[in-house]
Design a protein around this ligand. Structure first.
Ligand code: MFK
Length: 565
């Protein structure tokens, strides 16, 4: 009989995720964990069952923009895929935005929320994008305390009723540049009590949102991010018509194909100031930091999906006389992926813990300082890990992984957005340096690493934790030395920037290792389980110190980069 290979299958994605369950067992009190487990398990079943099946069936259903109705009226209607419609319902019902604002479990509510996101994301084709922006918008409105906007939008953004829940967009990027937001050209003109926006938003993600937070320059304001103001926009009027918004076209992207990312022209779009007439860039940063946290958790969850599929396939696929699960080299590859995943999970959930503590006003001053730095570190570190791990997952399927209808290429394409949007690795590295400008933040990181290291007693894990502390120390010293040199000339700053990614990734990977080592030590004692220990030792062997070879010569770098003599 002809041989036919079984496809990979997924079980309950919560029950199967030993690393997540072990993390929750340590980080969340028992009564809270008992309370949140049924919904997590239910989401895990959906993610590995109904949603995964729907995702495979939905593969070719890209969003469709219809610009005109049959009678010549401009309508700009965007139809999203069946999977996205189902995801919208489930996101509301499972409280993916509501949970941290209801705060049923205080600071732990953020852990509850992001454990849900972790399970939900890999089966919903980046519906996490509108959700992340919705969370970011809610957090930004709360942070600025604009009572009228909070009263109007928060009940919608945080609703668990799919018919009432709103999603929000985050319209920042313009043709002048995605990273240098201060160059934005959109103008805001006063119009009675309100404002009207005029300009082009070049990348507006999930354009089907009910509202958006966006930046525009009030007429007469100066240049740069300081001259921009933060605005609240409702996309449709009471009759459901777009308000001065034309959808020029949907972007043709490498991945995130289900996300209707559009180029928009704003022509007199009504808008409301959120927080004063200036400092738009600073005022939108609560949104950026929220979506960057989502980015980190989504990176972790894509790694987990790649591993879950690869592991299942390894049990089914026979080659050279045995299943892949009996092949030492294949096992070595899977173990390496799992180690990266576990480190990423502990790093990202540390950012989540700190966010929850800050929001519930339980954070110490040091924890608030630490949050500012851990957020970009988690985003930039896990974005890179995710692309590597998911790429390995595709390779675990060899030729099958390269075929579109297995769904694996889509996973890799979606993973590829994570180091790009919400700030590229380089922009996030510079943000980490910006955060390290505060001595208190650097001190908070040192204290965190020292605390983690001292909590480890297993000898091999203690060595790993010390490796993490030493690598981070080298990165911090490198930054400090460059800054000291900068006092006597511009070369120090250029050196600091050139080393920015090495510094940030070293800090991100070191902190991830220290967190994993501390967790592994706990797991050895409390769960009698050595798997997290194996993950920590393997992650340490992958390397965390990107500065061990010293810093780069700037002239050589320029010559090499630009191929100049
Ligand atoms: C799966 C996950 C889903 C995610 C969905 C996302 C979908 C949405 C897709 C997108 O919208 S992608 C577009 C996202 N765009 C970015 O992330 C912008 C990237 N660029 C940066 O982050 C730049 O660093 C930045 C625009 C902030 C630089 O602008 P400026 O004007 O040169 O900023 P500047 O002068 O350094 O900082 C202005 C103020 O903000 C300063 O405070 P002060 O006014 O008090 O001095 C900074 O300290 C503060 N600031 C900057 N970044 C901050 C911050 N504060 C807190 N946290 C930060 N991250």
């Amino acid at each position: 009989m002809t041989f036919l290979q079984d496809p990979p299958a997924l079980g309950n994605q919560f029950d199967d995720d030993r690393a997540l369950r072990s993390y929750l067992a340590r980080a969340v009190p028992d009564d809270v964990r008992r309370d949140i487990t049924p919904e997590l398990s239910s989401l895990g079943a959906l993610a590995g069952g109904e949603l995964y099946d729907l995702q495979l069936a939905d593969r070719l259903n890209d969003p469709v923009l219809t610009s005109w109705d049959p009678w010549g009226r401009r309508i700009d209607r965007i139809e999203v895929s069946p999977l996205w419609k189902r995801a919208a319902v489930l996101a509301a019902e499972y409280g993916l935005i509501a949970v941290p604002y209801a705060r049923r479990h205080g600071a732990y509510s953020r852990i509850d929320q992001f454990a849900r996101v972790h399970l939900f994301n890999p089966s919903t084709d980046v519906y996490s994008c509108p959700l992340a922006m919705t969370d970011g918008a809610a957090r930004t409105l709360v942070a600025h305390g604009n009572a009228a906007l909070i009263e109007r939008a928060m009940p919608r953004l945080t609703s668990r009723d799919p018919a009432r829940m709103w999603t929000s967009g985050q319209w920042m990027t313009e043709r002048t540049g995605g990273s240098d937001v201060g160059l934005s050209e959109t103008v805001a003109r006063a119009d009675g009590e309100g404002w009207r926006l005029h300009g082009v938003k070049w990348f507006s993600s999930a354009t089907t949102a009910d509202m958006a937070l966006t930046l525009a320059r009030p007429e007469g304001n100066g240049p740069g991010g300081r001259g921009l103001a933060l605005y609240y926009v409702e996309t449709r009027d009471a009759q459901g018509r777009l308000q001065g918004i034309t959808v020029n076209r949907l972007k043709e992207k490498l991945g995130t194909r289900k996300v209707p990312t559009a180029e928009l022209t704003l022509e007199g779009t009504p808008a409301t100031l959120v927080a004063g007439l200036t400092d738009g860039v600073r005022n939108i940063t609560p949104m950026l930091n929220a979506t960057r946290t989502w980015n980190a958790i989504c990176a972790v969850s894509f790694m987990r999906r790649g591993i879950a599929l690869s592991r299942d396939y390894a049990r089914r696929r026979t080659a050279f006389g045995a299943t892949l699960s009996r092949k030492p080299l294949h096992l070595d590859t899977l173990a390496g992926m799992q180690a990266e995943y576990e480190a990423a999970l502990h790093l990202s959930f540390r950012a989540v813990e700190l966010l929850g503590r800050e929001e519930s006003r339980e954070a110490t001053e040091g924890e608030r300082e630490l949050l500012r730095l851990v957020t970009p570190l988690a985003k930039l570190t896990t974005g890179k890990q995710c692309v590597d791990v998911v790429s390995e997952a595709v390779e675990c399927f060899a030729g099958a992984g390269y075929c579109e209808d297995t769904g694996l290429p889509g996973l890799l394409r979606d993973a590829h957005v994570l180091p790009i949007w919400e700030g590229t690795t380089n922009v996030l590295s510079l943000d980490a340096l910006r955060a390290m400008g505060s001595a208190a933040t650097v001190e908070a990181l040192r204290a965190e690493l020292a605390g983690l290291s001292s909590a480890v007693s297993d000898p091999a894990l203690a060595v790993a934790a010390r490796t993490a502390v030493a690598a981070a120390d080298r990165a911090l010293r490198t930054a400090r030395d460059h800054i000291a040199t900068a006092a006597s000339g511009a070369a120090g700053l250029a050196h600091l920037e050139a080393d920015g990614r090495r510094i940030a990734l070293t800090l991100g990977r070191s902190l991830a290792l220290a967190l994993l080592a501390r967790h592994a030590d706990w797991s050895l004692v409390h769960e009698r389980d050595g798997r997290a220990r194996a993950a920590a030792l393997r992650f340490a062997a992958h390397g965390v110190d990107l500065l061990s070879a010293g810093t780069a010569d700037l002239d050589d770098t320029r010559r090499l980069a630009m191929d100049e003599a």
